[in-house]
Design a protein around this ligand. Structure first.
Ligand code: ZN
Length: 203
């Protein structure tokens, strides 16, 4: 499987990092080795002293698709999830300044937390889903899919122009504001509409 990530999809997060608001989705990828195995703690890598959490709604692709029409994009996924795009912000800032690719800062081992998936049928609208991240029981990021610059169906269609989507691929749809550094002993819990879908220990 592959992981396709969208950057800068919430205006409030774009401004907190002083980034330019993009005219097209920002896309990057993580390899399958980035997935943090279930029940494993997240170990802060030695090459960074500023790893940030980015909580994001996930979409799990259920069939092969290429050049998907936005009208039919909803047929390519049945489940929605929540995860964390761990980012070595210090390294990413250096790479961005030099105009270099972000992979070392974004795609390292354990950098992709993938929580439990929920059937999309459980929700009236995927364009009004609340989600949040708690760190040591305090809410640190709070989002609603209605705030996305590009909606889920638009993202599925957009990325399928470049990458053939396959069963089991996961799309990370971008983070809202509130990204911050994680520290040893943090406990990160993700919620979609008050249902816990992951709990991660940081080491
Ligand atoms: Zn992200």
């Amino acid at each position: 499987m592959k992981i396709i990530c969208i950057g800068r999809n919430y205006a409030d997060h774009v401004s907190e990092l002083n980034n330019e608001r993009p005219s097209e989705p920002v896309v990057f990828m993580k390899p399958d080795t980035a997935v943090l195995p279930k029940q494993f703690p997240f170990v802060i890598p030695e090459f960074s002293s500023d790893v940030h959490h980015e909580v994001e709604i996930l979409v799990k692709i259920n069939k092969v698709g290429k050049y998907i029409d936005p009208k039919f994009a909803h047929k390519y996924y049945d489940e929605i999830g929540l995860g964390i795009d761990f980012t070595a912000r210090d390294l990413q800032t250096q790479l961005k300044e030099k105009g270099l690719p972000w992979e070392k800062a974004k795609a390292f081992d354990g950098s992709a937390v993938i929580g439990d998936f929920l059937s999309k049928k459980r929700f009236n609208s995927l364009e009004n889903l609340n989600f949040e991240l708690r760190n040591n029981a305090q809410v640190v990021q709070k989002g609603n899919t209605g705030m996305m610059l590009w909606k889920i169906d638009e993202l599925v269609a957009y990325v399928s122009q470049f990458f053939t989507l396959k069963t089991g691929d996961v799309i990370f749809t971008g983070t809202p504001a509130g990204v911050a550094k994680v520290n040893p002993d943090d406990v990160l819990e993700g919620y979609i509409e008050n249902e816990q879908v992951f709990k991660i220990q940081v080491k």
